[in-house]
Write a protein that binds this ligand. Structure first.
Ligand code: ADP
Length: 216
């Protein structure tokens, strides 16, 4: 079984993935794979350089992301072209990595901030949303990245709104409290996922009334 783990920026995806990892669960981060497929020597990077010229490369041959972003930012045709080159490679490599992980893990996690937006949800059997209120998301991201509030808000605006993500997820972890509260939910979900037949969304505590039930 592949679980797709998602959430907005600073919601705690990496933290929760590491918590599952501490229980012996394998996971792969879609952002890491997206970076890998445009590393020097990769066919996708050569295709990008052929199309846009050496201006999209740094002196050391790595991708100049800012330059590429400027080109595709306001040009849907170019964005589409770029996605047609990179998305199949990301998908292929994600699936290969998940397959490797499956050999040593009862189930595996695909961690992706844009699981629903990118269509990567089609690669998974079940989705898990890491949820925090927007003010906590902002505060934790600002503390972690030391960026401006305007920058974080513009990233937030490009991601699915909290309510939409919650509506799409099969399971939810409430990460608005401390690490212990998060871990408690991870342990419960892990037990369900290990059975292969999860049927309940965990929101925090043992009170059955707080669990939302969704079909598998
Ligand atoms: P994401 O991967 O979704 O962007 P992270 O896992 O990096 O989010 O978490 C964002 C920041 O919030 C990190 O600095 C992390 O240490 C912190 N954090 C995550 N979960 C909690 C929590 N339950 N309590 C306090 N801080 C947390």
């Amino acid at each position: 079984m592949i679980i797709g783990l998602t959430g907005g920026i600073g919601s705690g995806k990496s933290t929760v993935a590491r918590a599952f990892g501490s229980l012996g669960i394998g996971w792969v981060d879609a952002d890491d794979i997206a970076r890998e497929v445009v590393a020097p020597g990769e066919p996708a990077l050569s295709a990008i350089a052929d199309r846009y010229g050496a201006g999209v490369l740094h002196g050391d041959g790595t991708l100049n992301r800012a330059a590429l972003r400027t080109i595709v930012f306001e040009d849907p045709t170019e964005r589409q072209w770029l996605e047609s080159v990179t998305h199949p490679k990301v998908r292929e490599r994600l699936l290969a990595r998940l397959e490797e992980l499956k050999a040593h893990s009862p189930y595996v996690l695909l961690v992706s901030p844009l699981l629903f937006e990118s269509g990567q949800y089609k690669l998974v059997n079940r989705t898990l949303v890491i949820d925090v209120p927007v003010d906590i998301q902002l505060q934790r991201t600002l503390e972690r990245d030391g960026v401006s509030e305007t920058q974080v808000r513009s990233i937030l605006a490009a991601q699915l709104p909290r309510e939409d993500r919650l509506a799409k997820g099969d399971d939810v972890i409430d990460n608005s409290d401390d690490h212990a509260y998060m871990m408690q939910q991870v342990i419960k979900l892990d037990q369900r996922y290990r059975t292969g037949f999860p049927d309940t969304t965990i929101i925090g505590d043992d009170d059955a009334d707080t669990c939302q039930r969704r079909p598998t």
